[in-house]
Design a protein around this ligand. Structure first.
Ligand code: ACO
Length: 334
């Protein structure tokens, strides 16, 4: 999946970014009243201080639409300019139609093909790589890649080991081909389906259809062996980061901004430390939003691009890890 790093070839460039974040804030102190936990435990173990949760009447499409329209506006494009929509989510509004088709209809992107992509928390990053390959074939293509999760109704609010970690939200980018040496320099995707039990949302699906037992056993919620995931994530993220850097001819010291998946501040610190990237160069949003799964990186990217931290010409390293397991990295000259 690596791409050639010659400066002359057309690359996939980011035209615009956007985020859709729920207004409702759920703090660690709110959670202290719901389960046997404490602000101190959650901050020390995860770095999360609060997360955003959708309200009644809101669902995935609410925040997917906000993020997508913001990214289009930032790109200076209208919805009908889009050729393709890729939506990464394991919590879309419906099983059928896809979240991407609902979005296409909602924003009236009448010229866009649309499909969903399921790769756990790494879904948006997988979407970036798929979009990059479309754009290599058709450099004029305008592609929206949106990561969106509505996890709050897929959590067991009595399970303190998971409910404190996640939040709702969406982040999006608009991509196209460009020829000035900027853009996606290298990509790397990996999967390992042998350890899938460590992080699941078992149903509803053909193996676990909806029955009374399904509901009683809460088989629709996120279950995670956090410690096992933690130990797998750190070396995996480090390996793919090294892969894309080496492939494009860079060292970690060349990186201006590192945006890892926002699942746990200790994972981010550990990976950054192994790579020798100082934390001042790591974009962190987990304190505000928790783990929004496939939305974490595009939300963080959007915030850092819009507040001026990420500047034209910066070398930006993205790396993600999630259920499946799936993981990967993308290196961008901004
Ligand atoms: N409040 C208080 N105590 C808690 C809580 C809580 N919310 N949750 C667990 N504990 C307790 C446990 O019961 C355990 O108690 P015990 O020692 O008496 O058995 C103790 O705290 C330690 O539990 P651990 O699970 O060992 O704690 P750990 O330091 O591993 O932190 C955490 C847990 C935060 C989940 C961490 O393992 C983690 O972040 N894992 C990685 C998750 C991840 O990376 N996911 C990303 C990919 S997947 C995705 O994003 C969807």
């Amino acid at each position: 999946m690596a791409s050639n790093s010659s400066p002359k070839r057309s690359r996939t460039v980011v035209l615009g970014t956007g985020a859709g974040i729920p207004r409702k804030v759920l703090t660690n102190f709110d959670l202290e009243k719901m389960v046997d936990t404490s602000d101190e435990w959650i901050v020390q173990r995860s770095g999360i201080r609060e997360r955003r949760i959708g309200s009644e009447g809101e669902s995935s499409i609410t925040f997917t639409t906000q993020a997508s329209l913001a990214a289009l506006e930032d790109a200076g494009l209208a919805p009908e300019d889009l050729d393709l929509i890729i939506m990464a989510s394991h919590t879309p509004d419906m099983t059928l139609p896809s979240g991407s088709c609902l979005l296409q209809g909602r924003i009236k992107a009448k010229n866009a093909r649309a499909f969903d992509l399921l790769a756990g928390c790494t879904g948006w990053l997988y979407g970036m790589v798929v979009a990059d390959n479309f754009i290599k074939n058709s450099p004029d293509f305008k592609v929206l890649v949106v990561g969106s999760e509505f996890l709050s109704n897929r959590l067991d609010w009595e399970d303190r080991t998971t409910c404190v970690l996640f939040g709702d939200g969406a982040g999006a980018v608009v991509l196209t081909g460009g020829g000035d040496g900027r853009g996606i320099l290298s990509t790397c995707l990996r999967s390992d389906g042998t350890q899938w039990e460590a992080l699941t949302m078992l149903g509803p699906g053909s193996m676990y259809p909806i029955t009374h037992e399904f509901v009683d056993k809460k088989l629709h919620v996120v279950r995670m062996e956090g410690n096992r995931v933690f130990r797998l994530a750190v070396p995996a993220l480090e390996e793919v980061a090294w892969f894309v850097l080496t492939d494009a001819g860079f060292a970690p010291s060349d990186v201006d901004w590192f945006i890892p998946h926002q699942a746990n501040i200790r994972i981010m610190e550990s990976v950054a430390g192994r790579l020798g990237i100082p934390m001042e160069k790591v974009i962190v949003t987990i304190d505000k939003y928790g783990n929004t799964s496939s939305a974490t990186i595009p939300v963080a990217l959007s915030e850092a691009a819009r507040d001026g931290r990420i500047k034209r010409g910066d070398l930006v390293l993205l790396a993600s890890f999630g259920g499946g397991f799936t993981w990967g990295a993308v290196l961008i000259r901004w």
